[in-house]
Design a protein around this ligand. Structure first.
Ligand code: BG6
Length: 480
């Protein structure tokens, strides 16, 4: 029976906007994430149109990778990481996104990071854009609503491809590009929030703007992939999808159709474009019914066709249920969109339903559809961690979560799925994307940083650190 390949990319995942800090150091400009306040499970974070005095902006310092990268990568190496997923902050390279020349200090920072990875034979997996559009592009163009952003993005890609061509092989264009199919995507990834001050959830949704902006991201992504394939044949280019597996709430055919529709528009739509190179057949009816008209340039179809990715990556945290006529009492939250409670599953403290077998199901579904190598680049349990009397966080609940998911990945590999690697999310504590809080922790490494912005930023291994070290050393055989 097949098991994990010998060169399986075990590692961990982070993103600059939630981890790096140093938001205004060495010439970096503000990004959308730098304009977001803190929040909590019950009180949503806000985006502000200008900085407000006395308000906490958690991404500004985050957990300070900027000044801790040497120590952190050393710890990742101690865990045995083969791969480290990080994002480059666009605004560190082009502070407004529109400069002619890049910011050398920003480029130099990632040189040091990649050199440190190389020292430990850790393969960087770089997300080019992870929820961190330059805020200046929001102010000038209303973010990705404007086609101008495609060129700005391409300039950025040209610079980083050229600079890091001998240091980075694996690239992902846009993190969770499919958030653009959901209202929350306007703030998180599309930057179509010019002048808006308010909560992320309350942002007045405009599907026409959202899907036009998403089209521009598709073209930008395809152009970046095409450029890489033409000039840097050693690069491997991937997409990245937030996969939110939807089950029908009952076997009522109406619920079945509802689930199929959700799977199409939330999960498959973007990767059909990025992997197959064209808008899927079901888009036409969706656009018609939702009064969406995508304006395209004549060359766009060809660009999409030529810019298809080499591998498919996704985040997987949970699954949910959907129904044609949902009952309020069955509702539950979740990653990016809520859903209905599944009576067979338990949920995290944030209401995300824990479903390891759903990961095996999902891996099979994706591989069956696309038949290209895949990677799980985010997975994990956001939980309240507390130090025990011995000063160590005994996060056995996190170990249980990860163990069960790894078991199911192994099953999927035995099923025949071509899986390249696994990078659990927030391998070191960082700021939550949805709530802006520190209390929702994912890491194998605890960072002394709290919701009120205080903390020494000291790093400490949790119990899961040693456990994951054994998992990697045994290539996924020793899960106890
Ligand atoms: C994914 C994002 O949606 O989920 C990450 O790519 C995010 O940026 C992660 O942090 C976990 O979500 P949250 O809201 O718990 O931070």
């Amino acid at each position: 029976m097949k098991t994990f390949r010998s060169d399986f990319l075990w590692g961990g995942a982070t993103a600059a906007n939630q981890y790096e800090g140093g938001w205004d150091e060495d010439g970096k400009g503000p990004s959308v994430a730098d304009m977001c306040t803190n929040g909590s499970h019950t009180s949503p974070k806000r985006i502000t149109a200008s900085f407000e005095e006395g308000v906490l902006y958690p991404s500004r310092e985050a957990t300070d990778f900027y000044h801790h990268y040497e120590e952190d990568i050393r710890l990742f190496a101690e865990m045995g990481f083969k791969c480290f997923r990080l994002s480059i902050a666009w605004t560190r390279i082009f502070p407004t996104g529109m400069e002619e020349e890049p910011n050398e200090a920003g480029l130099a920072f990632y040189d040091k990071v990649f050199d440190q990875c190389k020292k430990y034979k850790i393969e960087p997996l770089v997300t080019i854009s992870h929820y961190e559009m330059p805020y200046a592009l929001v102010e000038k163009y209303n973010g990705w609503e404007s086609r101008e952003c495609i060129d700005c993005f391409l300039n950025y890609c040209k610079v980083i491809f050229d600079r890091y061509q001998n240091k980075v092989t694996y690239w992902l264009t846009f993190n969770e590009i499919n958030t653009g199919t959901m209202p929350m995507g306007s703030v998180l990834s599309l930057g179509t929030v010019k002048g808006y001050t308010g909560t992320m959830i309350g942002f007045p949704d405009k599907p026409q703007v959202r899907f036009q902006a998403l089209h521009h991201q598709f073209v930008a992504s395809a152009k970046a992939v095409k450029l890489a394939h033409e000039q840097y044949p050693q690069f491997l280019m991937g997409n990245m999808i937030a996969f939110i597996t939807s089950y029908p709430f009952t076997c009522n055919p109406d619920d079945m159709l509802e689930a199929q529709k959700k799977m199409q528009m939330n999960n498959w739509f973007c990767s059909d474009v990025q992997v197959r190179g064209a808008y899927p057949f079901y888009a036409e009816r969706y656009f018609e019914e939702n009064h969406i008209h995508i304006s395209m340039e004549p060359e766009d179809e060809q660009i999409l066709k030529e810019g298809t990715v080499d591998f498919y990556t996704f985040s997987y945290y949970m699954s949910n249920c959907v129904a044609k006529a949902p009952d309020e009492k069955d509702k539950i939250g979740g990653n990016l969109i809520g859903g209905l409670k599944n009576p067979y599953l338990k949920a995290s403290d944030w209401g995300w339903q824990i479903d390891p077998k759903g990961l095996r199901y999902t891996l099979n579904e994706i591989y069956d559809r696309y038949r290209i190598p895949m990677m799980v680049v985010e997975n994990g349990l956001g939980a309240y961690d507390k130090e025990g009397e011995d000063g160590i966080v005994h996060d056995t609940y996190r170990i249980d979560y990860l163990r069960e998911h790894i078991k199911q990945m192994k099953e999927a590999v035995a099923d025949g799925v071509d899986l390249m690697g696994y990078t659990p999310w927030g391998c070191i504590d960082l700021v939550s994307a949805s709530t802006g809080e520190m209390a929702k922790r994912y890491g194998f490494i605890f960072v002394d940083k709290y919701d009120d912005g205080t903390g020494t930023l000291a790093r400490k291994k949790k119990e899961s650190f040693g456990w994951y070290q054994k998992v990697i050393a045994s290539n996924g055989e020793d899960l106890e």
